[in-house]
Design a protein around this ligand. Structure first.
Ligand SMILES: Cc1cc2nc3c(=O)[nH]c(=O)nc-3n(C[C@H](O)[C@H](O)[C@H](O)COP(=O)(O)O)c2cc1C
Length: 204
């Protein structure tokens, strides 16, 4: 069973960023299931944790609700991280959340990045801002990042091109999760999982 977390920094209700995250999760799930695997998806809206995130930045400690989400992310085998583009970059809430993430909890973890924006012209914010953030956190980011401008949701051409990018990115994440098994797909390695037998040790 692959545990897949979606972290959305969308602020509107309903949120186009959350919708993008859900569509990416659906594409990833379909691709993993087509290969015979199973997936459990968990979606987190950062707007519900915004006060806890700021308090964690100020005090250095997470409140219980935030601590639970941080633990879920550390335990997940894959992450989909989606943000609205604000002033040509990720939103402040998105950045602050990843600032309070437990160090190393994304190390080696497959991550798919996506963003929504009002303008098509800001799609490269994913490449100059979001991807470097996750590279710094030592995540393994899939090659296809998905940007959805307002026009992508409303028109037939835009929607089908967006659907194509979503499917490609989901397939890449599914492929990465599958290939990184068993270490990534089974969670953190337990150093005490296979102790040598006592008799073997005595016989040496
Ligand atoms: C403060 C602010 C700054 C924004 N800056 C940009 C921007 O630089 N480029 C852009 O394409 N859209 C920008 N937008 C539009 C949002 O990215 C867009 O509405 C987003 O899809 C909203 O996501 P949501 O529906 O999940 O809340 C901005 C919106 C706000 C509120």
């Amino acid at each position: 069973m692959t545990r897949l977390m979606v972290v959305s920094a969308g602020l509107s209700q309903p949120s186009s960023t959350r919708l993008l995250g859900e569509r990416l999760a659906d594409a990833t799930r379909s691709s993993i299931e087509a290969g015979g695997g199973t997936v459990a998806v968990e979606v987190v809206d950062l707007r519900d944790l915004a006060h806890d995130v700021v308090n964690n930045v100020l005090t250095g400690f997470p409140a219980p609700a935030l601590a639970r989400v941080l633990e879920q992310i550390a335990a997940a085998q894959a992450l989909i991280a989606v943000t609205p583009i604000f002033n040509a970059s990720y939103s402040g809430l998105f950045k602050s959340f990843f600032d309070v993430l437990t160090p190393d909890s994304l190390r080696g973890k497959p991550v798919l990045i996506g963003a929504t924006g009002g303008s098509q012209r800001h799609s490269l914010a994913l490449e100059h801002a979001v991807r470097p953030l996750f590279s710094y956190l030592r995540a393994v980011v899939v090659p296809t990042s998905v940007y959805a401008a307002s026009s992508d949701w409303g028109t037939a051409d835009g929607s089908s091109a967006l659907a194509e990018r979503i499917d490609r990115a989901g397939a890449e994440l599914a492929d990465l999760v599958t290939r990184m098994a068993p270490t990534a797909a089974t969670g953190p390695v337990d150093p005490f999982a296979n102790p040598p037998s006592f008799l073997d040790l005595l016989g040496r």
